[in-house]
Design a protein around this ligand. Structure first.
Ligand SMILES: [Ca+2]
Ligand SMILES: [Ca+2]
Ligand SMILES: [Ca+2]
Length: 176
């Protein structure tokens, strides 16, 4: 666990194989942030984080649970959950240069609430029957928010109170 620190350079949390817990709380990162759960069932929690550089979060194979709350990313951000039935929750997060989420194979559940995707917002749920819930979220004017069910027989998108000027929904079996 890393809590209540200012890191002037880059911060990498490389958990390696096995079931890992990564917990970042109240951390300012002066350059890039890299979190890699690698193989295994990982729990990655990030709360009150400010990242000056790029953000890269990788869940890897296994059933990963990723919770992000009060997150500020000043450069591009990529979250890749990898194979397995993963759960991602993003709350009160702003991505100035954009956010790209890939859930990978497996039955995944992705929730975005009060997320500002900034310059780009893309979520691809990957193979199998996944669920995506997006609420109270936005992107910059002129940006297309793109949500892709990614194959599977029952991909479900639930959306509430978003302000996307442009939105593309691809390969969902149900949109609520
Ligand atoms: Ca995974
Ligand atoms: Ca999937
Ligand atoms: Ca899917």
């Amino acid at each position: 666990m890393v809590a209540g620190v200012n890191v002037t350079g880059a911060l990498s949390a490389l958990a390696g194989d096995g079931n890992d817990t990564v917990n970042l709380n109240s951390v300012n990162v002066g350059a890039a942030l890299t979190v890699d759960g690698a193989a295994g069932n990982d729990q990655i929690t990030m709360k009150t984080i400010d990242v000056t550089g790029t953000t890269t979060v990788t869940g890897g194979t296994g059933i990963d649970k990723v919770a992000v709350d009060q997150f500020m990313a000043n450069l591009g951000a990529s979250l890749d959950l990898g194979d397995g039935a993963d759960v991602l929750s993003l709350t009160d997060a702003a991505f100035t240069a954009g956010l790209n989420v890939a859930a990978g194979a497996g039955i995944d559940a992705v929730t975005l609430n009060r997320v500002n995707g900034g310059a780009a917002l893309s979520v691809n749920l990957g193979a199998d029957s996944d669920t995506l819930a997006v609420s109270n979220s936005t992107v910059n004017a002129g940006v297309t928010a793109t949500f892709n069910g990614g194959g599977g027989t029952n991909d479900v998108l639930t959306q509430t109170n978003n302000t996307f000027g442009l939105q593309s929904n691809i390969d969902f079996d149900s949109i609520i």
